[in-house]
Ligand binder design. Structure first.
Ligand code: ADP
Ligand code: GLC
Length: 486
């Protein structure tokens, strides 16, 4: 049976992306729509969205809609934009006062209110469209309180009475903590007793915790992270609540949109290859090394990194060991990323010290990200924690061997290679310390010199199937198990 789903997300590929949340939201829209479900996805109409060339239409009955959050009044209008290469549309919530800023996320004082507006807009648009969702699916702290609003603010409306809520945790490190004084903005007209009382007594409201408390079901993006989240090491203060809600939690591994990430049809690189054309990959590497002006022949491994430069990603581990490794071993390193200054400074400095062997591109670039996947021999993700991680799965498809820490979705998607049996898809280390990552890099560099083993390892990865067309079934099964049959 086709399902009626309302979905709200702060990021959706290709319109607005800071990280994997965008890829997952875009893919769920595309694949649930292709599966015949009626999914209405709401996202902010950021000024950064490149509108030229997109099929965008204003929705005439969703113009100048007003929303009042505490003492703040907003007006929004809605346009639909077609998802490229799909017949699905997103709804862009156009509200310049909230979404015309320099970037998707800001450090502005009204950051939480921008996303509260998005969350309310999703409900109001459903009302105006007379769309009675069976599932309301919220993502991360930005739209988390939708699970509460569905019961409280919009609970009177029969339209939502058959709805059930899902909250997906893509990253528990971002919780949306606001002052308790803004309670009337978070829950207009609602009693403060609906908030976590310990938080409220301490003068704050935690938007993610609020959402987790009221969600009918909580999902996260890998089975291992679903377990880790209930521990003090990974729960970031949510573990007690999540232990109580254990029965409501399910881990569904993210998938890959192979229309976007496959070396046989990659839209950015100059030549295409499959598992039996690894010579083409070597040619791409040559071209790329020239472009980024690194030296080294075919037996010099190229290690790639594409990442937000945040503590989560584990690059602290490289501070001590990477310069020593660069001195001790023959390999090159290409890094694309932006984020916290200390990591940007570290990679900038590394490039200055090893100009022929390290290339750091500060910033965000889809084109360069695809080239790094295609041209590198190895891809490094030493994450401190990783709810799912996408690049390790992209890497495998490109024959680019992932070197990962055994945590979250990395543990669920990469199997350590055993040269004796020839089984395995990457190099996996356990301990979050410099010895761990050094061991992993040395193991990978040693194996790289063994042509037969390395080819096997590459081809094992290329044969993996993490397509969304498979992974999306986990969501459909979950939704179906929740639907209220009247
Ligand atoms: P996270 O969501 O924590 O950032 P994921 O591995 O799930 O981690 O997803 C990251 C996504 O963002 C990948 O598609 C990756 O290629 C992309 N990405 C991250 N940083 C950059 C960048 N600087 N330029 C281009 N793409 C990037
Ligand atoms: C997050 C996580 C990442 C995950 C992505 C999409 O930002 O850090 O591991 O893959 O969301 O779910």
């Amino acid at each position: 049976m086709p399902l009626k789903i309302c979905f709200a997300s702060a990021e959706v590929t290709p319109f607005a992306k800071a990280g994997g949340l965008a890829d997952v939201s875009g893919a769920l829209l595309k694949y649930l729509h292709a599966d015949g479900h009626d999914i209405r996805l709401f996202m902010p109409g950021y000024s950064s969205i490149q509108r030229a060339g997109l099929e965008i239409y204003p929705v005439d009955f969703l113009r100048n809609v007003s929303v009042t959050l505490g003492s703040h009044r907003y007006e929004f209008s809605v346009s639909t934009a077609q998802l490229p290469d799909s017949s699905a549309f997103v709804y862009l919530v156009d509200c310049p006062a909230a979404f015309h800023r320099g970037s998707i996320y800001t450090a502005d004082a009204d950051e939480y209110r921008r996303f509260l507006l998005l969350t309310h807009a999703a409900f109001i648009c459903c009302q105006r469209m007379a769309f009675a969702p069976q599932i309301m699916h919220f993502n991360d702290w930005h739209t988390a309180v939708g699970t509460l609003l569905m019961r409280a603010t919009y609970g009177w409306d029969r339209l939502f009475q058959g709805a059930r809520s899902v909250l997906t945790v893509h990253n528990i490190g971002y919780q949306g903590i606001v002052s308790g004084t803004v309670h009337a903005e978070v829950l207009p007209g609602g009693p403060v007793s609906m908030f976590d009382q310990a938080d409220y007594a301490a003068g704050r409201i935690n938007l993610l915790r609020t959402g987790l408390a009221y969600a009918d079901r909580i999902t996260t993006v890998s089975p291992t992270y679903a377990r880790e989240l209930r521990t003090a090491e990974y729960g970031m203060g949510m573990e007690t609540l999540l232990r109580k809600r254990a029965d409501a939690i399910v881990g569904i591994l993210n998938g890959v949109d192979y229309d976007e990430w496959d070396p046989r049809r990659d839209r950015y690189v100059s030549q295409h290859y499959g598992a039996n054309q690894l010579g083409v990959k070597a040619e791409l590497k040559d071209q790329f090394l020239q472009r980024i002006k690194l030296t080294g022949g075919p037996r010099t491994a190229l290690i790639g990194i594409v990442s937000r430069l945040a503590t989560q990603k584990g690059f602290d581990l490289l501070f001590d060991c990477m310069p020593a490794l660069l001195r001790a071993r023959e390999f090159n390193l290409v890094v694309l990323g932006t984020g916290e200054p200390r990591y940007e400074e570290f990679f900038t400095d590394l490039q200055l010290r090893f100009p022929d062997r390290v290339h750091f591109q500060r910033g965000y670039s889809d084109e360069l990200a695809h080239w790094i996947e295609a041209a590198s021999d190895m891809f490094l993700m030493p994450s401190r924690y990783e709810p799912c991680g996408l690049n390790q799965m992209y890497s495998m498809r490109y024959g680019t061997v992932p070197i990962v820490r055994r945590t979250g979705g990395l543990a669920d998607s990469v199997q350590h290679f055993d040269p004796a049996t020839g089984a395995g898809t990457g190099i996996v280390f356990n301990d979050y310390n410099a010895e761990g990552v050094t061991w992993a890099l040395n193991t990978a560099l040693d194996l790289y010199q063994n042509k037969g083993s390395w080819r096997r390892l590459m081809q094992n990865g290329m044969a993996q199937d993490y397509s969304w067309s498979r992974q999306v079934r986990g969501y459909v099964e979950l939704y179906e198990s929740m639907v209220v049959h009247t």
